[in-house]
Design a protein around this ligand. Structure first.
Ligand code: SF4
Ligand code: SF4
Length: 351
């Protein structure tokens, strides 16, 4: 389990367990949920549509055997049902306005009853942007509900009437893989529900989503040119585990993800010019676009592009192999520094 998330989760549990630190514990819970939701936002904003219905671990034993879209639906359907039908006894977010219609979901259940290809088929039908809107609305509404709780509410228990209400809502399938959920939730008090599903359940599924997206990126990069358009080498990049590179639709490189529309300006400029990379561009040395705008920290990247311009990609790869054998570093800036000419000199001396 992610160390930060796991530690925050443990701290939250300890703090909410005592009246004196209950409020502080809730704040840690909101912080944890916000960190986790940040991961969801980054996936939704940067991954292509097709990523949401792929099952790169189909048949595996674990949450990572699902799809990204299914994971989102499942986490937030469960939270919506528990927060509204069980705890608050009011209307679920899914049934407010035309939300259900907008998500394009053919089901209202948690999805536990779906298996194999049915998960992919279901995921393909979902409108991911609308689904994301639903997820955010559920999170906000649960946070509000949690904020309204008093310490004494943590011991509140649920019974037969609550179970019947969930069953009658038809939001949990009668399939044996799903129906057990009603007993599972209603056996807990509110403190137990804060753990499952409001915190630990998120961690488990969002970690699985990380595995899915990283695998999709690794698969996408297979067989593509590992030299990125800016001059970096994806094979030597510390982000290669989760980045699909700028030559695939899984273009989730750190620079692309913070650029407008999630597209790296250097990659799009190369495409417009019909060139393979900035190293083929006559304007390279004076270019201040995208990744080269800083002109300081990113001079090392431009030095790599200039090196490729003079000596080719094969030599660049050989130099990087050598540098990684001889030094322990993550970012190439740590070796090449901030000066363009000095960076280029280091690369040429290593050749
Ligand atoms: S961040 Fe850039 S260099 Fe690193 S893997 Fe992604 S595209 Fe390649
Ligand atoms: S103008 Fe700049 S960003 Fe565009 S291809 Fe040339 S070097 Fe790359």
């Amino acid at each position: 389990m992610d160390k930060d998330w796991s530690e925050k989760n443990k701290r939250m549990q300890t703090l909410i367990g005592k009246e004196a630190t209950f409020r502080e514990g809730l704040e840690v819970l909101f912080e944890l949920r916000s960190d986790l939701f940040g991961q969801v936002t980054s996936i939704v904003n940067t991954y292509p549509k097709e990523a949401f219905y792929q099952m790169p671990f189909a048949g595996a034993d674990g949450y990572h055997s699902k799809t990204l879209a299914y994971s989102l639906w499942h986490i937030f359907r469960i939270e919506d049902i528990v927060a509204h039908t069980i705890i608050a006894g009011d209307e679920q977010i899914l049934f407010t306005g035309d939300r259900l219609k907008r998500t394009c979901s053919p089901i209202i259940t948690t999805g536990n009853e779906l298996k194999g290809d049915k998960i992919a088929e279901f995921s393909k039908k979902l409108d991911v942007k609308e689904l994301y809107g639903y997820c955010r609305a559920v999170m906000d509404s649960t946070d509000e509900l949690l904020r309204s709780l008093e310490y004494k509410d943590l011991k509140r228990k649920f019974g037969e009437a609550d179970k019947a209400r969930v069953a009658e809502s038809h939001c949990v399938s009668t399939d044996e893989n799903a129906f057990w959920l009603i007993d599972f939730w209603c056996k807990k008090d509110i403190k137990g529900l804060i753990q499952m599903p409001f915190s630990r359940h998120w961690i488990m599924h969002i970690e699985a989503m990380r595995r899915i997206k990283n695998k999709l990126c690794r698969n996408a990069r297979k067989g593509t040119d590992p030299i990125a358009r800016c001059g970096l080498s994806c094979d030597h990049c510390f982000l290669k585990e989760w980045c699909g590179g700028c030559r695939t639709v899984y273009n989730t490189c750190s620079y692309a993800t913070c650029s407008p529309g999630g597209v790296c300006p250097n990659a799009s400029c190369c495409t417009e010019k019909g060139i393979d990379g900035c190293y083929e561009c006559s304007e390279l040395i004076g270019c201040r676009k995208g990744f080269y705008a800083d002109g300081n920290d990113t001079n090392a990247i431009k030095a790599m592009a200039l090196f490729i311009q003079k000596h080719g990609k094969k030599n660049m790869t050989a130099v990087l192999d050598k540098l990684h054998r001889e030094h322990d570093f993550q970012k190439i800036q740590e070796i090449l520094g901030n000066d363009l000419q000095e960076g280029l000199d280091i690369l040429e001396k290593t050749l």
